[in-house]
Ligand binder design. Structure first.
Ligand code: BTN
Length: 239
């Protein structure tokens, strides 16, 4: 039986399950403690973004992991793909996406936060189990994907995901990297990045997969390569 998900705190509404889990971790909650919610009023995403989901439409969860592995964000994305649609892929570093008319639409997001020096991490996952894209804010509609299931399927999806996480966390790093690479949505595609860092100037290149530490390797037009360790990349729109 899974050691993940016990004890569990389910909240009908909270600001952010990651924030609730963080408070529990600081108070000494054990490895595997799970916080879930039906609604978040201040759900957070990577890069300071908000995570928006209507009540009872998504799996909203945060797990406390003690002694987390370095590749945790990548492991989580692979585990989500294990239980998601067959066409689910990973957009570096850990967005779970499916192909869509506008490029890639997001099915799930992973927000891993922690205190490495204290040996714990919060693994936050939002998975659009029963989201109806037409109910999302207009600017997010085209970029939102869903499993298209009923809200009753949120709980069974959580159970499947906890089991997948348990399996993937027990795996050798090499196996995780192989699984991640097989799900890579960007490999061989032209990408842009760096808008903020470069004051509006976008850098471009071709994604060539991840190295052994999870950095994105990018081929540059001058024949060189660079590795991206963090941040956000986008598919380059071909004019
Ligand atoms: C991203 O793609 O930017 C990451 C999104 C992570 C969202 C989840 S929902 C449950 C948990 N609580 C939060 O506030 N965020 C994560």
């Amino acid at each position: 039986m899974s050691t993940l998900g016990r004890p569990r705190l389910h909240l009908r509404s909270t600001d952010s399950t990651n924030d609730r889990a963080r408070a529990l971790a600081i108070a000494g909650a054990p490895h595997g403690t799970l916080v879930t919610a039906s609604l978040q009023t201040a759900g957070r995403g990577r890069q300071g973004r908000r995570w928006i989901a209507a009540a009872n439409s998504s799996l909203l969860m945060s797990l406390i992991l003690r002694s987390p592995p370095a590749l945790l964000p990548l492991i989580a994305a692979v585990a989500v793909c294990d239980v998601a649609r067959a066409d689910a892929r990973i957009k570096w570093p850990n967005d779970v996406v499916v192909p869509s008319a506008s490029g890639l639409a997001k099915l799930a997001g992973v927000l891993a936060e922690g205190r490495p020096q204290q040996g714990w991490a919060i693994l936050g996952i939002g998975l659009n189990v029963a989201v109806r894209p037409e109910e999302m804010p207009p600017e997010l509609r085209e970029r939102t994907a869903t499993l298209g299931l009923s809200p009753r399927e949120i709980e069974p999806t959580l159970e499947a995901l906890l089991a997948a996480l348990e399996r993937r966390l027990a795996e050798e790093e090499g196996a995780t990297l192989t699984a991640w690479r097989a799900l890579d949505a960007l490999r061989g595609r032209e990408i842009v990045w760096g808008a903020r860092e470069q004051q509006g100037e976008l850098l471009r290149g071709r994604a060539e997969g991840i190295d052994g530490t999870g950095r994105l390797v990018v081929a540059l037009s001058d024949g060189g390569h660079t590795e991206l360790a963090a941040g956000e990349v986008h598919l380059r729109e071909v004019p």
